[in-house]
Design a protein around this ligand. Structure first.
Ligand SMILES: NC(=O)c1ccc[n+]([C@@H]2O[C@H](COP(=O)([O-])OP(=O)(O)OC[C@H]3O[C@@H](n4cnc5c(N)ncnc54)[C@H](O)[C@@H]3O)[C@@H](O)[C@H]2O)c1
Ligand SMILES: O=CCCC(=O)O
Length: 464
């Protein structure tokens, strides 16, 4: 009998669906199909590929409500956020439907009259993607859309926690007319799929979004076949509130970045660095707002914060809160949990911690939960030193109305994404990605199609 795994609602423990695991043989078959399909798909002209991507976007929009409901059921995020994520996922498809038509080459002046030089771009081949559970729609379309637009074929392995959204989106791609073998999904364990993808000579690129340790092991394994890699990995975002900041704006924007998806976002603010002169006011206002958030089942329309994804996630969050309290942090909000071990549901109330110090685990490691530790600083140099002190470099935020402070922070923070008075910088038209151990490459924007293209030049001689 075929092996399956259960997809469960993290809010209720209810089994939503059993999903069949693809065996190694089945995965290899799909890789062969994807490789074979590349020969045809890469020859489909760019305008036609664009048209098919627009049709895919239309299909997703038509099914927005049902996709959002599946997403909330398998991921737990509030339905409002799931609806927003469907729009966000569509925005990548639309952006790359346009970019498909803008894959340009160039000519280079030759050094001899008898020569001409042309530079062309061509798709790299079959792309294998591994995606996380926290944004099951957008993290997939952010990869699939540029790959298909470039003329690559695509196969994705979604997280075992949230495969249903991805399966549905791939079905809709087929309904839109994108050939079945050009865009495929496989299900099963990450480790096994990672090994199959990286050991296959048919796969020319690995694109991964997930944790830094898994990303590192994929980079190592991809080296065996010199596969291209794009890595969107963990973050530990600092958020700096400068002495002159508008505190109300800073509080509102921090709420946005901190509690989105119950704090389970790679770009969530994880360390709030607040100037000592305004720390008490900021902390009091922020804690007050955090206490107002409604925790519950994401399907309830008034829920602001859903459950965290699983026991492992909950244990890490609870450990970091306890560790901080034991080492002297004061709780201004939260430190409250609704846990049902039998059902496997874990709710963490928005938690705000003050008097946080650097020896606490929460300052060193990504939390992936609705916990906001507040640390004070005296000088901007000190804030930058704290902000840059971890191996991560994905997102950073700062709040100031002073252009000199803003310029200094922008130039000195070692992060790929910076929000200045902005807690929501993500969008399809910008180059999203991290520095240091937060990743390699960029997704989105004009940069996001580059990783799916090879550059080839042609030198023509004998033209005298
Ligand atoms: N930089 C970004 O754009 C971005 C976006 C979203 C999430 N993330 C990061 O993802 C992490 C949270 O996601 P997660 O818990 O699902 O991460 P994860 O690394 O555990 O899992 C991500 C995916 O990798 C698969 N996987 C697990 N072990 C594997 C292995 N040994 N080989 C190959 N694949 C394997 C999983 O099945 C899943 O599909 C956080 O660190 C977060 O910051 C980063
Ligand atoms: O979790 C990381 C991705 C979220 C985003 O694109 O803003």
């Amino acid at each position: 009998m075929a092996e399956t795994f259960q997809v469960k609602n993290p809010a209720t423990g209810e089994v939503i669906q059993e999903v069949k695991v693809d065996t190694a043989e089945e995965v290899n078959k799909k890789l062969e199909k994807g490789h074979e399909a590349f020969k045809k798909w890469s020859q489909v002209n760019a305008h036609k590929r664009s048209e098919l991507l627009f049709k895919w976007a239309d299909k997703i929009k038509e099914n927005k409500e049902s996709i959002a409901e599946v997403m909330t059921k398998e991921n737990g995020k509030p339905i409002r956020e799931s609806l927003g994520e469907v729009d966000y996922a569509v925005s990548y498809v639309l952006w790359y439907a346009e970019e498909a038509k803008r894959i340009y080459g160039r000519t280079i002046p030759a050094s001899a009259e008898s020569k001409r030089i042309l530079v062309t771009r061509q798709p790299i081949g079959l792309v294998a993607a591994i995606t996380p559970w926290n944004f099951p729609a957008a993290m997939m379309t952010r990869k699939a859309a540029p790959a298909l637009a470039a003329g690559c074929t695509f196969i994705v392995k979604p997280a075992v926690e949230t495969p249903l959204t991805t399966i549905r989106l791939i079905e809709l791609a087929h309904e839109a007319g994108i050939p079945e073998d050009a865009v495929q999904v496989v299900n099963g364990s990450g480790r096994m799929m990672g090994e199959l993808f990286t050991s296959s000579k048919l796969v020319r690129k690995i694109t991964f979004t997930g944790s830094t340790p898994v990303g590192k092991s994929l980079i190592r394994d991809a080296a065996n076949n010199v596969q291209h890699v794009t890595m969107e990995l963990g973050g530990h975002a600092p958020l700096i509130v400068a002495e002159d900041a508008d505190i109300d704006i800073a509080v509102e924007q921090t709420m946005l970045t901190k509690f989105r998806n119950a704090g389970q976002t790679c770009v969530c603010a994880n360390r709030l660095l607040v100037h000592e002169s305004i720390a008490d006011e900021f902390a009091a206002k922020f804690a007050e707002r955090a206490k107002q958030l409604k925790v519950g089942n994401g399907l309830d329309k008034d829920t602001d914060v859903g459950p965290v994804i699983n026991k492992k996630g909950y244990e890490k969050i609870a450990f970091q809160i306890n560790d901080a309290i034991e080492k002297g942090a004061e709780v201004l909000a939260g430190n409250q949990f609704d846990v049902d071990e039998e059902k496997g549901s874990y709710f963490v109330y928005p938690t705000v911690l003050k008097d946080v110090t650097h020896n606490m685990d929460i300052m060193q490691e990504e939390t992936f939960g609705p916990v906001a530790p507040i640390v004070t600083f005296k000088t901007l140099e000190e804030a930058v030193e704290i902000a840059n002190s971890t191996p991560y470099g994905l997102a950073a935020y700062f709040f100031t109305n002073d252009y000199k402070t803003g310029t200094y922070l922008h130039e000195n923070l070692d992060f790929g994404i910076i929000g200045w008075n902005d807690g929501a910088p993500s969008a399809a038209h910008v180059p999203f990605g991290g520095m240091k151990e937060s990743g390699l490459g960029r997704e989105g924007g004009i940069e996001g199609i580059e990783p799916y293209l090879e550059t080839k030049y042609l030198s023509i001689g004998g033209l005298e």
